[in-house]
Ligand binder design. Structure first.
Ligand SMILES: NC(=O)c1ccc[n+]([C@@H]2O[C@H](COP(=O)([O-])OP(=O)(O)OC[C@H]3O[C@@H](n4cnc5c(N)ncnc54)[C@H](OP(=O)(O)O)[C@@H]3O)[C@@H](O)[C@H]2O)c1
Length: 283
């Protein structure tokens, strides 16, 4: 990051989401200026409303680009258009959060690269924090996690590691041109991940494999927004065939340290009380 860029804010798209808010916290802790890009940001940013894109890019030095659903068909075109505008607006330094093993996300990576941006790609697998900061959290609280994930092992990655890599990339030009595949240090099936959570909270939480159709119906009934149901249904159908059942070294290459293990995540999340059972909460 040169001095000119350092003085200008970093735009953090998805800055209220699981990785974006961690990026915001870390940049703020370094005293770096930030602009949050989300529908609740100021100025407001909405991926669905292109008139909001120019104002958030004005005067910024770099951007963390997290789309709300990079697996959704059409996301690649949207991300490509945004990257083109960023480069034309004098914001060539982009750090893109992408999904590993996803066809649409791979198209999005190409579209963003084609913009000519000074790009770092963070290609990530399932976040551990889906169990504590998204609606799977409610399933843990109710002692049963029902997902269409069968018994495929996945290298769950910690959102704190993703944010650490993102901030390294946003603040150090040596990461330009890098593609970091980000995984945790261990493969776990969803059943094993839920068992880790069960141990950490000290009560039995069951993992129940269900069909994609039952999952989509139950999620809609629980009030999960339709675009989130669409994205998760796509993802569960696409990436859980074992294609991501291998570890990668992106965290080590970017940060020179090992990624955080799922059991450390589970212990820390349990200690916050976030998974206390519904019954305990009601008492
Ligand atoms: N979760 C995972 O396990 C995982 C794994 C690999 C890749 N990814 C990818 O990472 C990306 C982010 O996922 P996530 O789970 O971290 O999301 P998240 O925590 O749910 O955050 C979504 C963010 O997007 C913003 N947002 C939603 N709709 C928007 C819109 N129309 N315009 C502008 N901003 C909007 C939200 O802010 P407001 O509501 O304030 O607008 C929020 O900041 C997705 O592309 C996903 O495919 C996720």
């Amino acid at each position: 990051m040169n001095d000119n860029t350092r003085q200008r804010p970093t735009l953090v798209l998805g800055g209220t989401g699981k990785t974006g808010r961690r990026v915001v916290e870390r940049l703020a802790a370094r005293g770096l200026p930030i602009r949050i890009g989300s529908r609740s940001g100021e100025p407001r940013f909405d991926w669905e409303d292109r008139s909001t894109w120019g104002p958030v890019l004005e005067g910024v030095g770099s951007a963390y680009v997290s789309h709300y659903g990079d697996a959704i068909p059409g996301a690649a075109e949207t991300l490509g258009l945004f990257a083109d505008l960023a480069v034309k607006s004098g914001v060539p330094r982009l750090v893109l959060l992408s999904g590993r093993g996803e066809e649409e996300a791979a198209r999005a990576e190409r579209a963003v690269r084609d913009s000519g941006a000074e790009l770092t790609i963070l290609r990530s697998t399932w976040f551990a924090q889906n169990f504590s900061e998204d609606y799977w959290q409610e399933q843990v609280q109710s002692d049963e996690v029902a997902l269409p994930a069968a018994d495929t092992p996945e290298p769950f990655v910690d959102a704190d590691d993703i944010a650490d890599v993102a901030v390294a990339a946003l603040t150090d030009d040596q990461h330009i041109g890098e593609l970091y595949e980000l995984t945790g240090p261990r493969l776990l099936t969803f059943a094993e991940a839920v068992l880790e959570i069960s141990r950490a909270v000290g009560r039995e939480i069951r993992y129940v494999p269900i069909s994609i159709e039952d999952f989509a119906a139950a999620a809609a009934e629980q009030g999960v927004p339709s675009e989130v149901v669409e994205m998760l249904t796509l993802l569960f159908g696409e990436v859980l065939d074992g294609r991501n059942a291998r570890l990668a070294d992106g965290v080590q290459r970017a940060l020179g340290r090992e990624p955080r293990d799922f059991s450390d995540y589970a212990r820390a999340a349990a200690a916050t009380g976030i998974w206390n059972s519904r019954a305990t909460r009601a008492a």
